[in-house]
Design a protein around this ligand. Structure first.
Ligand code: ACO
Length: 285
C-alpha cells in the first residue's frame, strides 16, 4: 500500500516506518494518524515483518501533533477533531502497546509533545545523543494532553515528568537515556547501525516467545498478583501450542544435550551455523 505521509522499507525481517513530512518536521497531521493506523494494521499480518522500527525523515523524529492542521484547522469541525484525536491516541497507545511484534522507536532528531507517546508505545527506544526532546506544551500554554500525560506516568519518574512537563525545557538524547525514558543514546552517525543490530537480534528470536514477553509484562501492569500469575500460566500453555512445545523440546532440550548455554546465547543464533561456513566456537557448544 502506498502512503502519503509514511515510507515503508522492509529488510531482513525488519520493517522501518519513516514519518515522512520532513518540511513540517514530521508533525502528526490527521492524514498521518490515518496512515499509521493503516500501516500498523498492514504490518501486523505481513509475514516479511518480524520487527517494526519507527523513525523520522530528515532532522526530526516527530515535532508532535500538527499545531495547524489538527489544533487550529479542526477547531470548528468537532467530528473531524474527535476522529483524528481518537486515531492519534489509539495507534500510539493500545495498538503499539499490545502490538504482536517487537517495536523500536529510533529517535533521530526533534521529539516533542505527542511524539513522547510514540516513544512510550514502542517496546524499545534508541536515540541519537544529539536528538532534542521536549514537553513543549506548557511553552504554548497547553499541558501534556491526549495520551501524553499517561505516557509520562507510565514511563518517567515523577520528578522528571513534572520537571520537564512544567518547565518545558528541552533535553538531549544522553539525558533521555540517563533518566530511563529511552534505552540507549548513541552518536547520530551510528544510530541506524546500532538500531538495526538490535532489530535483527530481535528478528532472530522466537516470535511467540517475544509476544508472550510483551503481553506478560504489559498486561501484568494492570492486574492483581493473583490474576497476573493465572494469566502467566495460561500464556505458558498457549506458547506450548503455538510452538509445538519447542521451548521445552528444542530450547531446554538442546541445553540438556550440551549444545548451547542459554544464559549466554540465544537458541536461534545457535541454529545459524548450519548455513554459516565459519567454524562453531567452543562457546557455542
Ligand atoms: N505542527 C505544525 N507544523 C510544524 C510543527 C508542528 N508541531 N513543528 C514544525 N512545524 C512546521 C513549521 O510551522 C514550519 O512550517 P513552514 O515551513 O510551512 O513555515 C516547518 O515545520 C519548519 O519549522 P521551523 O520552526 O522553521 O523548523 P526548525 O527546524 O527551525 O525548528 C522545531 C523545528 C524546533 C520543531 C520548531 O518547529 C518547533 O518548535 N515546533 C513546535 C514543536 C511543538 O511544540 N510541538 C507540539 C508538541 S505538543 C503536542 O504534540 C500536543
Amino acid at each position: 500500500m502506498a502512503y502519503e505521509t509514511l515510507l515503508l522499507d522492509r529488510q531482513d525481517g525488519v520493517t522501518t516506518v519513516t514519518l515522512n513530512r520532513p518540511n513540517k518536521r514530521n508533525a502528526m497531521n490527521p492524514k498521518l494518524h490515518e496512515e499509521m493506523t493503516a500501516a500498523l494494521e498492514e504490518l501486523r499480518y505481513d509475514h516479511a515483518t518480524r520487527v517494526v522500527v519507527i523513525t523520522g525523515a530528515g532532522t526530526s523524529f516527530c515535532a508532535g501533533m500538527d499545531l495547524k492542521e489538527y489544533f487550529t484547522e479542526l477547531k470548528s469541525k468537532p467530528d473531524e477533531f474527535d476522529r483524528a484525536g481518537r486515531l492519534a491516541v489509539e495507534w500510539r497507545g493500545r495498538t503499539l502497546r499490545y502490538y504482536p511484534k517487537p517495536t523500536i522507536a529510533m529517535i533521530n532528531g526533534y521529539c516533542f509533545g505527542g511524539a513522547f507517546s510514540i516513544v512510550e508505545g514502542c517496546d524499545l527506544a534508541i536515540a541519537a545523543e544529539e536528538a532534542t526532546f521536549g514537553l513543549s506544551e506548557v511553552n504554548f500554554k497547553l499541558f501534556p494532553g491526549g495520551s501524553v500525560s499517561k505516557s509520562l506516568a507510565n514511563l518517567m519518574r515523577p520528578r522528571d515528568a513534572l520537571w520537564y512537563g512544567m518547565l518545558g525545557r528541552p533535553f538531549d538524547g544522553k539525558k533521555a537515556a540517563d533518566i530511563g525514558f529511552i534505552n540507549l543514546a548513541v552518536p547520530l552517525a551510528n544510530l541506524l547501525e546500532e538500531t538495526m543490530n538490535i532489530a535483527r537480534e530481535l528478528a532472530n528470536k522466537d516470535p511467540h516467545a517475544l509476544r508472550a514477553t510483551k503481553d506478560g509484562f504489559r498486561h501484568s501492569l494492570e492486574m492483581s498478583w493473583d490474576a497476573a500469575i493465572s494469566y502467566s500460566f495460561a500464556k505458558e500453555a498457549e506458547l506450548v501450542l503455538q510452538q509445538n512445545d519447542a521451548w521445552r523440546t528444542e530450547g531446554i532440550g538442546d541445553f540438556l544435550k550440551g549444545k548451547y548455554k542459554p544464559g549466554l546465547e540465544s537458541h536461534d543464533q545457535v541454529q545459524k551455523p548450519a548455513t554459516d561456513p565459519a567454524p562453531v566456537s567452543s562457546e557455542q557448544g
